[in-house]
Design a protein around this ligand. Sequence first.
Ligand code: 1PR
Length: 529
Amino acid sequence: MITLLDYGAGNVRSVRNAIRKLGCEVQNVQSPDDIVSAEKLIFPGVGNFGVVMERLVRDGYAEKLIERIRQDKPTFGICVALQTFFEGSEESPGVAGLGIIPGQITRFPDHSLSVPQIGWNGVKFRKDNSIFTGYQGEKFYFVHSFKATPSAENEDWILTTTDYGEEFISSVSKGQVVATQFHPEKSGGAGLRLLKQFLENKAIVESSLSAGGRDEEPTKIAKRVIACLDVRSNDAGDLVVTKGDQYDVREEGEVRNLGKPVELASRYYKEGADEVTFLNITGFRDFPLQDQPMLEVLKQTSKNVFVPLTIGGGIREFTDSDGNFYSALDVASRYFRSGADKVSIGSDAVYAVEEFLRTGKKTGKTAIEQISIVYGAQAVVISVDPRRVYVNSPEETDHSTIKTATPGPNGEQYCWYQCTVSGGREGRDIDAVQLVKVCEKLGAGEILLNCIDKDGTNSGFDLELIQMVKDAVTIPVIASSGAGSAAHFAEVFAKTNVDAALAAGIFHRGEVPISEVKTVVAADGIETR
Ligand code: 1PR
């Protein structure tokens, strides 16, 4: 029996699912004393440092955690949990951590790499620990903007470090206590094996590094390959994975049906997808909390898929026919609790940015702000649905233009990228660069950059759009729309510094397996998982 410390933030379902998958029963901490008495405790940390600490203190858990760790009882902390072991964090000035490990958590400094670090990175060992038994050099899934820094004072706690612009602490251990900055429950087979060692072994055994000493070679983050499932109900009312051509998903009047969401997601996980994204493409007009099938898709998928899951479509505030008000945060929370790791906001982000550009003020009330304050910036993805608008010269428009290598229908040499809402149905007077810059300011952690002109064309990614957006923000950008071959992935990674690339059609139609994408990209010297 494993005890889980669920203090009500973030996606704890994945951890629970991983434990169950490994054949153990899970019970929740019910009272502070359970923390000390639990045989084995898993402490998942998701979201903002201050919010996590505030809840731990409010519920009387903080002092019990300190007591448990001092008593050297088997404990496994994940992500922000590792950070709470330290004295405090730049993320929440003035909020004390548990103070078990010396040092402050600090933000990754501005360097050429995207922040948050989102993706799969390696580890370098400072000591041996039985928790890593069977480890074969795999990468683990990280998602964080803040990190712990190695120092002489915390040296005795450091189990592994990782490089991302600089070296940071990626796991700590002492006696029966272990914590990882990465998410084992989201790190596929390698992560599950780690958890299995903790769950099954009688005691954790630590020792100094065996012959050969420390790895000195820096670890490298992998470029992510993401499978995207556009989901909606067909005319018979079944939830299906569909795929459009430039957002038109109907063929001879019928919604294209390319398979069942849960089954396809499982297939992509087994084939090596680094993440899976679901877009509820009619979410903008339905109320997602009434769309129980979508929540069910997440619940079922997260039972067997142990890589990050993103859900988009309909993340916004809503008042139902009985007058009940639901904030965007309420909607997102339901998704997180159903198994999502990130939510993706489309139309509502456009409206929020329009409002910001009108007033120049943050209100604190937008979906982006509300969700990122509670769940962290890394949990908020902005899905951008831009379309090219061609012009003869940059002076013709106030929007950010590029000189394009693909001129317009009348030979226009320039274009700007107009943002749309409602699944591309309505264009707004705002461009992709304006949108992503303001979204980053409001607290978004990642950009999912579609392109209506390229969607479903198999003609390759819009490299010009991708580089333009990538240059406008410091948060990670996912290239989307137009992949027709594995070579298109290699091209987008080689020619732009985008962090991840996503495809739908080629995977659904079985034209290119994900493994082939990885092989071709790696053959070009690009880091993959
Ligand atoms: O506005 O917050 O409710 O979110 C709606 C979401 O649904 C948005 O993320 C929007 O991109 C998506 N969406 C709405 N309508 C469509 C449609 O296709 N009719 N899908 C749609 C957008 C784009 C990609 C696609 C890639 C790769 N799909 O996600 O998977 O273009 O395709 P490809 O590799 O086959 O070229 P809200």
